[in-house]
Design a binder for this molecule. Sequence first.
Ligand SMILES: NC(=O)c1ccc[n+]([C@@H]2O[C@H](COP(=O)([O-])OP(=O)(O)OC[C@H]3O[C@@H](n4cnc5c(N)ncnc54)[C@H](O)[C@@H]3O)[C@@H](O)[C@H]2O)c1
Ligand SMILES: C[N+](C)(C)CC=O
Length: 505
Amino acid sequence: MAAPSAIPRRGLFIGGGWREPSLGRRLPVVNPATEATIGDIPAATAEDVELAVSAARDAFGRDGGRHWSRAPGAVRAKYLKAIAAKIKDKKSYLALLETLDSGKPLDEAAGDMEDVAACFEYYADLAEALDGKQRAPISLPMENFESYILKEPIGVVGLITPWNYPLLMATWKVAPALAAGCTAVLKPSELASLTCLELGGICAEIGLPPGVLNIITGLGTEAGAPLASHPHVDKIAFTGSTETGKRIMITASQMVKPVSLELGGKSPLIVFDDVDIDKAVEWAMFGCFANAGQVCSATSRLLLHEKIAKRFLDRLVAWAKSIKISDPLEEGCRLGSVVSEGQYQKIMKFISTARCEGATILYGGARPQHLKRGFFIEPTIITNVSTSMQIWREEVFGPVICVKEFRTECEAVELANDTHYGLAGAVISNDLERCERISKAIQSGIVWINCSQPCFVQAPWGGNKRSGFGRELGQWGLDNYLSVKQVTKYCSDEPYGWYRPPSKL
Ligand SMILES: NC(=O)c1ccc[n+]([C@@H]2O[C@H](COP(=O)([O-])OP(=O)(O)OC[C@H]3O[C@@H](n4cnc5c(N)ncnc54)[C@H](O)[C@@H]3O)[C@@H](O)[C@H]2O)c1
Ligand SMILES: C[N+](C)(C)CC=O
């Protein structure tokens, strides 16, 4: 597909319209596959955050909430469905923008856009179903009381998102937040904001009430931090690195503001000796090389049963050699560039530290020779790894897998859990009872059996330990944006009778 001649020049999307950033500053957009500057995005600062939060507050309370926050779920569902339909109409264009902005293969970006549309549709259905779940009765042990539950939108929510799946990660928050009746300020990553700004255009096209969704682009410190600390933001939903997550949590704690945190990972993939090796190799590749390994749940620690380790690694290298690494717009590309020069340098540093610490770079570890420009890194397989090495312990967020062997199931589980993170884990074996045992033993929010990475909007997503807390997607994703209120009624005609009535004398 040909690149568009110009990237749309957008402002900040606030109160249903476009605004130039208060300080008039913009940030360059660099295509990481060519290193060319292809456009720019607005750089919001605290002044713009103020405007966006105020627009969201107005929209939340407008006309007593009749048109949004207290409207029937079916009303909000109609808007969410309209957004989904527009995403589908513009799928090719949005996928192209995502690829130009992030370096991911066009096929992957197209798949992401399908997931975006599906996510809006899914939460449209949950918005419709929400009304039927109101006033759910609570059974009480005293018959003179009745109690029921109201589920109410939390209020104005700040949504701060990363660059690896720019529009998809934003949608995981925007769709349920709007379905719940919240109004929102979205702050996407400064490294890839183009498609999130296009979402603003779509909201305007479908006539979403002004201020229901506001989109401000800019740096984390200049736009994200004032959003997280804003006293009129009722909740922060954050996806990003563990370091930034810690900062957000500290800021939010000052106002006892609820947060949900989807953070990093260093997930294990355990492969036993009873498997079809080529099938397992393909999942290992998908688990760590899809999206150039820039996946929070990447299974970047590969644990191989010692009996198959050599054969498995031979096949893994053979498969890795056959991956098409190219400009991500080229047909059949399966490994594009990483997102930025900064990310490229960071990944290369991980590889050189691994080498210095005594690990073996079995395959890859360099820029592909046929690509002279762009932030491309070969799929990289690292062996002779010890559990104290940086490459074993820290999230690389690049196409780099490190490998260790194990002898027993117990040893495999111990190695799998040898991490501060707890986002995901995977096991491949033909022994399904063993897989069930291991899925219970792995300390993480997600476990895959005989695969790695498939992700469905219906199923909960989120981590344990330093991978964060709270769950997105499914009903759990909606609950993130709902506050549960108990309403309890005294329903006896008799006085309560705890105090003696005063004397009538
Ligand atoms: N658990 C998940 O579901 C999930 C999904 C995708 C990505 N991630 C994680 O995201 C990370 C990669 O994304 P990234 O590099 O964009 O992360 P990041 O933490 O650098 O940035 C994430 C977002 O936070 C903003 N930000 C930065 N500093 C801030 C501050 N002080 N206050 C408020 N906002 C601030 C950034 O501008 C960006 O929008 C990886 O660690 C990855 O594992 C997790
Ligand atoms: C689940 N996924 C892969 C879409 C997002 C994690 O980075």
